[in-house]
Design a protein around this ligand. Structure first.
Ligand code: SF4
Length: 225
């Protein structure tokens, strides 16, 4: 599939009634600090070059972050942490991003959300995760020929990735590799190439504010990609 065509198709998906209502409600009501900005308010497609050797799999757009900017992990505290680390690791041209036109670009990394629409309380339902899974399958197919490693931010991204690669006929170790910070497993693509699956605690404020995830821990994972 063509990445631009896929992004265009994803951006008009309305398959999850609850998430469509929430993403549009947030985009209409806005947060006071962003009252003068347009909100994207749609599914957020992959960000970064299609031929990137590193794929970063998050969770879902933040209501006032990517649901506002239309670009994964930009415009909120989680993104500040992630982009700072990606910049230190040479994967981003800037250490942060506040709005869609600020020039941030990913270098050798592509970021996808396994659930493409902002969910209430950042918690998608099991059904919503399943409904969005085919989009990850398609993005994985675009990235696959170029991949060296897949960094999963949290267990939802890890599980979605394992399901997607299995679906695509990759070899996954048995028993299924367990998510953890710094967890690693070797996946094998249908063409016999090895790709590292790498776990990392999610860059949510729940983890970064509490010290569960430190900059050093994040840098260590990014340096291993
Ligand atoms: Fe479509 Fe995924 Fe958004 Fe559901 S979460 S409406 S499947 S893009």
């Amino acid at each position: 599939a063509d990445p631009d065509e896929l992004a265009a198709r994803i951006s008009v998906c309305r398959a999850c009634e609850r998430l469509v209502a929430w993403r549009e409600q947030v985009a209409t009501q806005k947060r006071a600090a962003f009252a003068d900005q347009p909100y994207w308010g749609r599914p957020v497609p992959a960000l970064g070059p299609a031929d990137a050797p590193v794929l970063v799999v998050g969770l879902a757009p933040a209501a006032h972050g990517a649901n506002r900017t239309g670009r994964n992990f930009t415009g909120d505290r989680s993104g500040d942490w992630l982009y700072a680390a990606l910049h230190r690791g040479g994967f981003a041209t800037q250490a942060g991003s506040t709005h869609a036109g600020d020039g941030l670009e990913l270098v050798g990394a592509r970021i996808v959300a396994p659930v493409r629409c902002a969910p209430p309380q950042n918690k998608p339902t099991t059904a919503e995760k399943a409904t969005c899974a085919p989009w990850l399958d398609r993005d994985l197919a675009i990235s696959e020929p170029h991949l060296r490693s897949i960094m999963c931010l949290g267990s939802i991204g890890w599980d979605a990735t394992v399901a997607a690669v299995r679906h695509a006929g990759w070899q996954v170790p048995r028993p299924k590799p367990r998510f953890g910070h710094g967890a690693r497993a070797t996946l094998v693509t249908p063409t016999g190439r090895q790709v590292d699956l790498v776990g990392c605690y999610h860059v949510s404020q729940q983890n970064t504010f509490t010290g569960r995830l430190t900059e050093a821990m994040l840098d260590e994972v990014v340096a291993s990609l």
